[in-house]
Design a protein around this ligand. Sequence first.
Ligand code: NAD
Length: 253
Amino acid sequence: MSMTFAGQVALVTGGAAGIGRATALAFAAEGLKVVVADRDAAGGEATATLIRQAGGEALCVACDVTQERDVRQLHEQVIAAYGRLDYAFNNAGIEIEQGRLAEGSEAQFDAIMSVNVKGVWLCMKHQIPLLLAQGGGVIVNTASVAGLSAAPKMSIYAASKHAVIGLTKSAAIEYAKKGIRVNAVCPAVIDTDMFRRAYEADPRKAEFAAAMHPVGRIGKVEEIASAVLYLCSDGAAFTTGHSLTVDGGALAI
Ligand code: NAD
């Protein structure tokens, strides 16, 4: 795998925590300038500070990915600060305890779809013209194993992540001849705040989560970050429209 990232520019949404923070740090460790975008401005600034303390270059932009005005301003700030965008990791997402399908509420549906689907769509909508103008680039969207299979008691989340894969494949085909690759990363259960919130209330759920992965444990944020960097690298030059599971074998069962 050829990592030819030095001096290039990466954008990470949901970069204040979890998978986004780990990926922002991984990009920075490869010599990229990193724009950390999150609605949690303090958390995003903390990620940018970690990058700078390690000798890297980072900018934090407060952004709610559900608001087009925020997303437009985010991309204007990327260009104002660094003059270009090479890699975009559209990762901001939420999960809300839903129960079975008939127990979900309209508010839950709107909230999950707004961040997980509209947010990814808006980000790609504002990234693609920048990538076209400079002759190419790479987009990676965070879907989930719930974008490829059933997710009982998480049906709205599963629908949102299936939609992310639909957006990913469609954009990949539309821009394949324009030098833009678009892929999705599909984690199973990863040890982040999102996971802890879901399993905190009932420790038995944590044991169940570990057992659902054939490797016998949940995943680490760094294991998603390295998959994202691979998809961005020249080593993945022939890979587009792909949904890469990083799931300890969960979907192979
Ligand atoms: P997390 O809650 O630790 O981090 C998510 C980040 O997204 C937070 O910093 C949050 O502030 C930000 N965010 C949420 N809504 C936003 C909005 N409207 N605008 C901007 N930022 C917003 O979660 P995580 O586990 O790191 O999840 C990252 C992504 O990975 C999500 O898309 C999630 O669905 C996906 N995912 C997570 C898991 C898991 O087990 N943790 C598994 C599969 C997929």
